[in-house]
Design a protein around this ligand. Sequence first.
Ligand code: UDP
Length: 252
Amino acid sequence: MKNTVNILGINFINTTVKQFVHTLGSHIENREKTFVVTANPEIVMDARKNETLMNIIQGADYVTADGIGIVKSAGLLGVPLPERVPGFDVTMRLLKLANKKGLSVYLLGGKDRVVEKAADRIKSDFPNVKIAGYHHGYFDLADDQIMKTVESTKPDIILVALGAPRQEQWISESMPLFDHGIFIGVGGTFDVIAGEAKRAPEIWQKMNLEWFYRLVRQPSRWKRQMALPQFAFKILQQKLQKNITPADKPFM
Ligand code: UDP
């Protein structure tokens, strides 16, 4: 049984980055197809408005808490999660594992030049990782040639960086074609590996302000972040509903 925490209808895995990559390692060894969603409050709110997306997320093997909003909410609901499990951190640890075991990795997503640069960087930093292939992320989701190309390379790990929810849609449509592989949506990870974008300095991360740092550097994110107050409101509602037990309602 997976140990999960339900936040607004989505079951988040109760784990740390280290433990989680260990779990993924066993799936790789057993050649079990595994779908991982790294979800932040914005995607949770998207899913509540989009049934297809909700079904995709609920159908994933694991949903991890990517975003301090998820971790804080779990605490508020009385079911704490130990830490954030972001796509970037999982990717870096997975690459370390892949380097140790000589696994193959496919990189799908990002701009043409960025994904190429990320692949070069991985080749030099993790020399035992086999780069199964890479492809930019600006293609039509209806074009099934991409999934056929990726599948033909038989990768152990498929890092999908198309942004949310495009990456989750691609994974859910493509996975049936594959025989094995860890599929994980990793957002802007290739931009960071390629040195095109910076992660928030550690101090900002420690202060739980990475979301604010991203907003300042990329103001166009404000529209997506508008979902955050709504998310907080829904969490308070879930907390209230949980706290009101029949004994609390003497007149009913
Ligand atoms: N991207 C892509 N195809 C698209 C749209 C976006 O490959 O059609 C890439 C983009 O180049 C970037 C990543 O997806 O590398 C999105 O990063 P972001 O940080 O916005 O991820 P999110 O926060 O949406 O998960």
